[in-house]
Design a protein around this ligand. Structure first.
Ligand code: NAP
Length: 540
């Protein structure tokens, strides 16, 4: 009886979208335009994705705000003013809420609705998703808008549950302000999240102890406010800004310098790097000589330059030395942009603990126990990152025809065609899926959404209800993606980008998770597929 009830009560839609972050919001907007009945299931209690969850102090864009927003509505571009060049989390969330309210998108969103399974019904040609609550819903198309950094991970050390004070992961931050004043705070991790949070927490806390396993190369953000007049000037340039982002390898405004590092005379090189270091944003990484990503000697030169900056900024040479990465070169992991990160270590209330010298043995009721002592804390912060890109997929039991599990198909790394579809999983469309070209995320999302909307339009024109990609195209694209990744120095380095996360079982082997072959090439290839009538797909 209950099974019958469950079936008859099941809602049916044209499309289901998993996730109400940047991708889900945009995808819903486009599906509405196509007149499709769509439902968004979101695990969080409200929309916003990354900007809903990551509320830690200092959280902000490190893409230029004005290159980050949606470009699909002139009215929206006219209505919204960015207040800072690198906008803080609260403004970003306000922006996404404005978008959802302006286009009345909320009514198709269901919050606190974590999707646990998605199974394809081959006879009905539709997906059925199951929520944590047991509720089910079906749709012809299933869009994953799950984000690339949404499956957060805690350290694999014993005693996590025993700590008697508050403990927060940066990606599960409380919605009310956290007061650090008079508190002894311990933070584990020195990735982009920690690098934003540490200077802010240090200003308030009585004592902040940073547990570092591997340092990261970081460079200054140089944030600034945007006045009314400047915002008007930016607004007038929006079309140029988006056009520029469409011509760069990482969808940013920053274009690499085509010269080879070592061919440029040393004084000129230094002056170029000084200028980049003093400029806002990712220019020092994305606008640098392009061979720093490819050539060991070029990379060693820029790494030495950044190391000298760290030595200039950190007073204690021993601390400075610990903050300089030795196991990878500049730009071979995602470069965090910082605002006073290195100077935070000049404060009397900040202590750096190198866990390679004194490994963390366990979390205790009083704090963190390392090999040499127990550090006592009032509060713990886990800035320990994510099971990147495929982590969010693995947390959902996707099954295609015949019950084939996506998790099994991707056991050795994702296999996709253009990062948009997977063979054997009909009508599963991945917004910003693995193997897409990434970088400035909203621009990459926009491309994914528009490309998939084009595919749906094509299907509608031809009365198709089912699309699948062919194994040979998946094999070919996966090979292309692997080749593009393996020519880069970053391939030799463990990071979330190469799929390594020692806090997750089975994540110790590098995998290729993105297309590193230049966003311009990616746009060209995907446009050719569309212009060619999607011949790489099988339609019914
Ligand atoms: P992350 O870069 O993966 O950093 C996690 C940190 O935790 C690393 O320093 C890691 O050390 C450390 N860690 C993990 N487990 C540990 C353990 N058991 N013991 C000791 N240390 C441990 O994560 P994230 O900082 O959250 O950033 C992830 C990505 O999110 C960034 O690369 C970026 O793409 C994005 N992000 C973007 C923004 C922005 O746009 N403004 C801000 C924040 C983050 P190891 O390095 O040794 O693994």
């Amino acid at each position: 009886m209950s099974a019958v009830l469950a079936v008859t009560n099941r809602q049916t839609y044209d499309a289901i979208i998993i996730g109400a972050g940047l991708s889900g919001i945009h995808q819903l907007y486009r599906l509405r335009e196509l007149g499709m009945k769509a439902r968004v299931f979101e695990a969080g209690a409200d929309l916003g994705g990354t900007w809903y969850w990551n509320r830690y102090p200092g959280a902000r864009f490190d893409s230029e705000s004005w290159s980050y927003g949606y470009s699909f509505s002139d009215e929206l571009l006219n209505e919204w003013d960015w207040k800072e060049h690198f906008s803080p989390q609260s403004d970003n969330l306000e922006y996404l809420n404005l978008v959802a309210d302006k286009f009345d998108l909320r009514r198709d969103m269901q919050f606190s609705s974590c999707v646990t399974a998605a199974h394809w019904d081959d006879s009905a040609n539709q997906w059925t998703v199951t929520l944590e609550s047991g509720e089910t819903a079906s749709a012809r198309f299933l869009f994953t808008a799950v984000g690339i950094l949404s499956a957060h991970t805690l350290p694999r050390v014993p005693g996590l549950e025993t700590f008697r004070g508050p403990a927060y992961h940066t990606a599960r931050w409380p919605h009310t302000p956290v007061d650090f004043s008079g508190k002894r705070v311990g933070i584990i991790g020195t990735g982009a999240s920690a690098i934003q949070a540490i200077p802010e927490i240090a200003k308030q806390a009585k004592q902040l102890t940073v547990f570092q396993r591997r340092p990261n190369w970081a460079a200054p953000l140089h944030n600034a406010r945007i006045g009314k007049a400047e915002m008007e000037e930016i607004r007038n340039r929006y079309s140029q800004i988006y056009a520029r982002c469409a011509t760069t390898p990482g969808w940013f405004i920053h274009q690499p310098d085509p010269r080879n590092t070592l061919e440029v005379p040393p004084e000129e090189r230094e002056a170029f790097w000084e200028k980049k270091y003093a400029e806002p944003g990712f220019g020092i990484w994305m606008g640098n000589f392009s061979d720093i990503q490819l050539d060991e000697k070029a990379n060693a030169a820029i790494s030495a330059f950044i190391a000298s900056k760290i030595r200039q900024r950190v007073k204690d040479p021993k601390v400075a030395d610990k903050l300089i990465p030795k196991d990878h070169g500049f730009g071979t992991r995602r470069v965090p942009l910082e605002s006073g990160y290195f100077e935070a270590y000049n404060r009397d209330n900040v202590l750096l603990v190198d866990v390679n010298e004194t490994p963390i043995e366990r979390i205790t009721p009083a704090g963190i126990s390392t090999r040499d002592k127990e550090h006592e804390f009032d509060m713990l912060i886990y800035a320990t990152g994510f099971d990147g890109v495929t982590g969010a997929f693995d947390r959902i039991d996707f099954r295609g025809p015949g019950g084939v599990r996506l998790r099994d198909v991707w056991a050795d790394g994702p296999r996709t065609y253009l990062g948009q579809l997977v063979d054997g999983f009909p009508n599963l469309l991945m917004v910003l899926g693995p193997h897409t070209a990434r970088g400035n995320i909203p621009r990459a999302i926009e491309h994914s959404v528009e490309w998939q909307t084009g595919l749906l339009r094509f299907m509608r024109e031809h009365n198709y209800i089912r699309v699948e990609t062919r194994p040979e195209h998946v094999a070919e694209w996966t090979q292309t993606v692997v080749k593009a990744a393996q020519r880069l120095l970053s391939w030799k380095v463990d990071s979330w980008q190469t799929g390594v996360n020692r806090n997750v079982e089975g994540r110790s082997v590098r995998r290729v998770l993105g297309y590193n072959g230049n966003a311009v090439n990616y746009r060209r290839v995907t446009a050719e597929v569309a212009a060619g009538g999607y011949r790489e797909f099988v339609f019914r």
